[in-house]
Design a protein around this ligand. Sequence first.
Ligand SMILES: *Cc1c(COP(=O)(O)O)cnc(C)c1O
Length: 382
Amino acid sequence: MQKVDKFLPLSRPTISDETIEEVTKVLKSGWLATGPLTQKFEASLSEYFGRSAMCLTSATAGLQAALMAIGVKAGDEVVTTPLTFVATSNVIAMLGAKPVFVDIEKDTFNIDPKKIEAACTSKTKAIMPVHYAGLPVDLDPIYEIAKKKNLRVIEDAAHAMGTSYKGKKIGTFGDIQVFSFHPIKNMTSGEGGCVVLDSEAEKKTLGLQRFHGIDRSIWDRFSKNGSCYYDVVFPGFKSNMSDIQAAIGLHQLQELEMLNIRRRHLSDRYRKAFANLFDKISMQGIPQYDFVHSGHLFPICILDATKRDDFMAFLKERSVGTTPYYTPLHLFSYYQKAFGYKKGDFPNAEYVGERIVCLPLYYDLQKNEQDYIIEQVHEFFK
Ligand SMILES: *Cc1c(COP(=O)(O)O)cnc(C)c1O
């Protein structure tokens, strides 16, 4: 039997020595808030995507600022998936708009594009798909619906740094994408996120939104040639990225491909190792179209839903961390009370929600550690 002498978490970030040196430099520089490193990180991200990238403290802040930048307001509707982290729909609800859930595909765990059009009404302003676990949503039909109905698309790309759809990286095309750099994601800046967008007017709104509605960045104000006066054009939030975060993000961006290659390699090993458990578990389906998975998460479904909790407890006892990402959002009390959703509304999301478990997946997961996890999974089903 394989042995491991430590707890194997669901995820852990990999921070290089270069990153630590860069952070130390920032700490010694006398400038910790938004400054030259944040500008450099944004420039690097913009070069990576070939479009404008704006950094914020989180993807949640980015999603909310993006919704506000495109003019979503109280009474509007935004179509999204119920199988996602609650940030996706919370930001819609916080603006007084209604998150209109559309069921997922049972095999890919992504929103079902075929069901989106029927969910659109005269109040719909945007579609917010999520690239679940790092598998790209089938975007072509979604952008077709958006074009036909004159809707915006904000891709919740929190899992999708390095994901590709039909040969193109997520973020390099389309309308607006929001990425997360939370430490659990496949690329991190400690906490943080970025919004990728094209419209000059929306960039300006987003820039104001993330910093008090002040029309001049703090760096301009305190640097040698900056003016110390500013105007406030609306009451914005405080969600600007710090140079400490940017220092981490800059190095992670350089290391992203290396990190993702390892994650995809480990995912492939899981897939091969579980192929003969097809009557006990299912894995995320492989779409027909050409794609590259980011390798953010490795989800499996325990086909016998009554065994899921036992499965997680069994692994925990053997020092393996797992998480049931996610409880479908329409089952949370707030969403039921505020919008009238109920159990039974989205059968595929519920089917997956009752069965899904994510297994440990991160760059530093060693081969012998993964073999141990695989062995424990097989042991459970024996
Ligand atoms: C993590 C996550 C978010 C929020 O990201 P933060 O950077 O933590 O705000 C949003 N959507 C999805 C799908 C996520 O997994």
